[in-house]
Write a protein that binds this ligand. Structure first.
Ligand code: UDP
Ligand code: MG
Length: 155
C-alpha cells in the first residue's frame, strides 16, 4: 500500500465533476484518507508547483490553480501513484487514453481537471503542503480491504 496526493482542479470543481471523479476513485477500491475543499493561496500554489518555477507556463499555472476552490485528497491503495496517474491520463488530454479523466473531461493541457503526484517523494511533499497529519483518517477498512482479507495469500 502507498499513498498519493490528488486534487480536483478549479475547472473540475466549477464544472460539477467532484462527484464523478470521487466515484471513479472509490470504484477502483482506493481508500480516501484525507479530503477537503480549499481555495489555494498564492503561497500554497507556489509550494505545490515549485518544480515548474521558471517554465513558460508557470504563471498561467499559478493563476489557474488559484482561480477557485480545489478538492484535495490523500488516496491510498496498491501502487496508487501509478494507478491514479493511469486513471487521470496524460497531461495533454488529446494524448490521454479514452476512458481516463483527462480524456473524458478536458480539452487543453493547461486546464486538465485533475492533479496526481508523480512519485513517492512528490506525494509526501504535496500531502504535507495540503494536510496536517491529524487531518488524515487512518485505522479503518474499506470493503476492498475486507475482500482482500478473504482471499488466498498472493503468491
Ligand atoms: N501545464 C501547462 N502547460 C504545459 C504543461 C503543463 O499549463 O505546457 C500545467 C497543467 O495544468 C499540468 C500542470 O501544469 O497539469 C503540471 O504540469 P506537469 O508536467 O507536472 O503535468 P501533470 O503532472 O499534471 O500531468
Ligand atoms: Mg506533475
Amino acid at each position: 500500500m502507498n499513498r498519493t496526493f490528488v486534487a480536483i482542479k478549479p475547472d473540475g470543481v466549477k464544472r460539477g465533476l467532484i462527484g464523478n471523479i470521487i466515484r471513479r476513485i472509490e470504484h477502483k477500491g482506493y481508500k480516501i484518507v484525507g479530503l477537503k475543499m480549499l481555495q489555494p493561496t498564492l503561497e500554497i500554489a507556489e509550494q505545490h508547483y515549485a518544480e515548474h518555477k521558471g517554465k513558460p507556463f508557470y504563471q498561467s499555472l499559478i493563476n489557474y490553480i488559484t482561480s477557485g476552490p480545489i478538492v484535495a485528497m490523500v488516496v491510498e491503495g496498491k501502487n496508487v501513484i501509478e494507478g491514479m496517474r493511469h486513471m487521470m491520463g496524460s497531461t495533454v488530454p488529446n494524448d490521454a487514453q479514452v476512458g481516463t479523466i483527462r480524456a473524458d473531461f478536458a480539452q487543453t493541457k493547461e486546464c486538465n481537471t485533475i492533479h496526481g503526484s508523480d512519485c513517492c517523494e512528490s506525494a509526501e511533499r504535496e500531502i504535507n503542503i495540503y494536510f496536517k497529519p491529524e487531518e488524515l483518517c487512518e485505522g479503518w477498512k474499506t470493503m476492498m480491504e475486507y475482500v482482500w482479507e478473504s482471499m488466498p495469500e498472493e503468491s
